[in-house]
Design a protein around this ligand. Structure first.
Ligand code: ATP
Length: 446
């Protein structure tokens, strides 16, 4: 086979915005003998049109890890992008919506509980993928165990756990949130929040942490990327993959493993200490989070992860900018003490003067609003188009008054009486009702 006709896919490559488009590949240049190299399972003849459905696109990331797979070279002119048809899919009692985000463990999608009509988010985990992540299955089991017992306004709620043995998938149903602090910071001027807003989030983080520490749980990966916001700006601590339940019978909070994000790790972990105080790790990471939210910077920076950890392990943090004011500066310095024993507890932080007084919103400052991945300011549910597809599958269901006149047989020339119109309306209602029960009566297309 001519090697110029295909290209190897590396695992870092991905299809453009695979969530919202279907790919129609026409005029595939492929010699007959290479049919087995077609990535699209069940693809018919070369030179035919192939469609990737949801499942196939999802499976692509699995296949990408297999080194011998090839895509046939396709000219971009031969690829037609078109909006993907929303095909309604149910998992248990939940109606699936669009992808909200993706972490290293899997995709997170929006869903609607068809019984309570509550909006939910579901983390979809594939067993095959988990096995390839170091401690993957173990971390997920730990997260489930912890979240099942934790209940606090500022801790994400695990609502349901479902398994599909056939597909080897696990579904973690959680409270729905509209934004991630990290995304909000990235889109805000100077990549920081006004102190007033940072104060609001930080005090909620303290409430959540106080609860966790009181329950003997240390999170060990506090960072803006793990702090979500609900529509009413309630902060939720999420991602308990590396969290740890402390030994209830031990007076100490000793931990032995730290697997959090490097920029938020304290010196004791950066220096490879074999054991350390778990609670003081959370204090340090919360200090870095506050530093980041109010300055747009990090107390330690490095070109790569090794330099970064070296800087954290050896140096002193960059002093907080004077513009932050003495109160916040002093709080940050205390939280970022190299010696864990000198870092304050959550309770002490709560009594700090900066935490006690809400900073004003300065002239020219604007609050940053939660931003969904789709930049939809109204945070419209992505489940709706799927429901429309299911219940109003064809445009023929949407009648205008003019359509109604035609329907009633006068060709639209005569003005209808109110009684006739309301009769027509009730016919239309019946049709909608029928179709919402999944029995679409035959309708005349106008
Ligand atoms: N409860 C939720 N409500 C709404 N969106 C969510 C929710 N949980 C996660 N997301 C979205 O899904 C994305 C991925 O979340 P997830 O927790 O799987 O990974 P992560 O923490 O971003 O990354 P990693 O697991 O690699 O550390 C988040 O960045 C966020 O955009």
């Amino acid at each position: 086979m001519d090697p110029r006709m295909c290209r190897k896919i590396s695992s870092s490559e991905s299809l453009p915005d695979a969530e919202n488009v279907e790919y129609e590949v026409s005029n595939i240049i492929a010699p007959q003998e290479s049919e087995e190299n077609f990535l699209i399972e069940g693809s018919p003849e070369p030179n035919s049109v192939s469609w990737l459905d949801d499942e196939q696109i999802e499976d692509l990331d699995l296949n990408l890890d297999q080194t011998n797979l090839f895509f046939h070279r396709v000219d971009s002119a031969d690829i037609i992008y078109r909006s993907k048809k929303k095909k309604c899919k149910m998992v248990g009692k939940y109606v699936m919506g669009d992808v909200l985000g993706e972490g290293s463990y899997g995709k997170v999608k929006e869903m609607l509980d068809s019984e309570s009509l509550c909006r939910r988010a579901v983390k979809i985990l594939k067993k095959r993928k988990l096995r390839r992540i170091p401690n993957g299955e173990q971390n997920v089991q730990r997260e489930i165990q912890l979240l099942r017992i934790l209940r606090h306004r500022n801790v994400i709620e695990l609502v349901d756990v479902m398994y599909n043995d056939e597909k080897q998938k696990m579904y973690l149903v959680m409270e729905f949130c509209v934004g991630v602090l990290q995304d909000m910071l990235e889109s805000s001027p100077g990549k920081k929040f006004p102190q007033r807003q940072a104060h609001d989030y930080f005090t909620q983080l303290l409430d959540g942490l106080e609860y966790l520490h009181g329950q003997g749980v240390v999170h060990k990966d506090i960072k803006p990327g793990n702090l979500l916001l609900t529509l009413d700006h309630t902060l939720k601590i999420t991602d308990f993959g590396v969290a740890e339940a402390l030994d209830m019978f031990s007076p100490e909070d000793t931990c032995y493993t730290g697997q959090g994000s490097p920029a938020f790790q304290p010196p004791e972990i950066a220096n490879g200490a074999e054991q350390f105080s778990g609670i003081k790790v959370d204090i340090w990471s919360s200090g870095v989070t506050l530093y980041n939210m109010t300055t747009g910077r990090y107390p330690f920076e490095g070109d790569n992860v090794y330099r970064l950890l070296e800087a954290i392990g050896r140096g002193e943090p960059a002093p907080p900018p004077a513009a932050l004011g003495p109160a916040l500066g002093a709080l940050l310095e205390r939280m970022l003490k190299r010696d864990p024993a000198l870092r304050p507890t959550v309770n002490e932080i709560k009594r700090h003067v900066w935490v006690q007084a809400t900073p004003p919103l300065e002239a020219g400052e604007r609050l940053v609003s939660p931003r969904s991945r789709r930049s939809d300011e109204l945070h419209t549910s992505t489940v709706i188009p799927y429901l429309v597809e299911r219940h109003y599958a064809s445009a023929q269901e949407y009648f205008t008054e003019r359509d109604l006149r035609h329907e009633l047989g006068d060709g639209g020339s005569r003005t209808l009486s109110t009684a006739e119109l309301s009769d027509g309306e009730s016919t239309r209602q019946k049709r909608r009702w029928h179709s919402s029960c999944g029995r679409l009566p035959s309708c005349r297309l106008t």
